[in-house]
Write a protein that binds this ligand. Structure first.
Ligand code: SAH
Length: 214
């Protein structure tokens, strides 16, 4: 993917570095993913501002520094099979696709999933598969996963997702009440159980049960 031909991208990467993003693979993936391709016309000029922006179905594309923070915490390797819950615009999946072997992404809104699929095709991102469904249940047929990223806030890390995490696998998920500031949690499955790390406060739209209507 070609970044926009101006100074904004340099400023964008500088901002990510100043917010603690140091992994060169993550910085390169962020630099190569043109966020404006994931936004509707009116918001395109703001693509490189470090803020969440509205997307259809009342959802949001996450703040780039949060996308980078979650991607860095996930420690994605080139052979990894990654599951993302909450496709939204597809931006986060596009970043993950440059670091992983394969990305499976699920959204409960058909229209968001279909729009994201078209973007992935247009951008030649052939290692992403999009599913429509309630991502709280994960994708049992594709499990286990090396990495799982949830981009909507759950009250607790969903049990079916933990069950689909391979030993040595990492899951990153915002946890907490949907109307409050949540905490980003990193869960690592070890040989003996689950380790939890607190990565700090975040704010996400809620993980909602069932399929969306749009
Ligand atoms: N990762 C996205 C932003 C996600 S916004 C991006 O890069 O643009 C959160 C998304 O989670 C929304 O699109 C919402 O529809 C979806 N979502 C919420 N609950 C869900 C569920 N149970 N299953 C699947 N998707 C869900």
């Amino acid at each position: 993917m070609t970044p926009p031909p101006d100074e904004r991208i340099l400023q964008f990467i500088y901002t990510l570095r100043s917010k603690g993003i140091t992994d060169p693979r993550v910085l390169t993936a962020m630099e190569r993913t043109n966020r404006s391709a994931f936004l509707r016309g009116a918001f395109e000029p703001r693509a490189y501002d470090d803020m969440p922006l509205p997307i259809p179905c009342g959802q949001t594309i996450s703040q780039p520094s949060v996308v980078a923070q979650m991607t860095q915490a996930l420690q994605v390797g080139p052979r990894d099979k990654v599951l993302e819950i909450g496709t939204g615009s597809g931006y986060q999946a596009a970043v993950l696709a440059q670091l992983a072997r394969r990305v499976y992404t699920v959204d409960r809104f058909r229209s968001l999933a279909e729009a994201a699929k078209e973007r992935f095709q247009a951008l030649d991102l052939s290692n992403i598969t999009v599913f429509i469904g309630d991502g709280s249940f994960g994708l049992p047929a594709q499990a286990p996963f090396d990495r799982i990223l949830v981009t909507a806030a759950a009250e607790d890390p969903p049990g079916p997702l933990l069950a689909q995490l391979r030993e040595g696998g990492i899951m990153v998920v915002p946890v907490g009440q949907s109307d409050a500031v949540q905490t980003l949690i990193k869960v690592t499955r070890t040989a003996t159980g689950l380790d939890y790390d607190d990565l700090g406060p975040v704010r996400f739209v809620p993980l909602v049960e069932g399929l969306g209507e749009e």
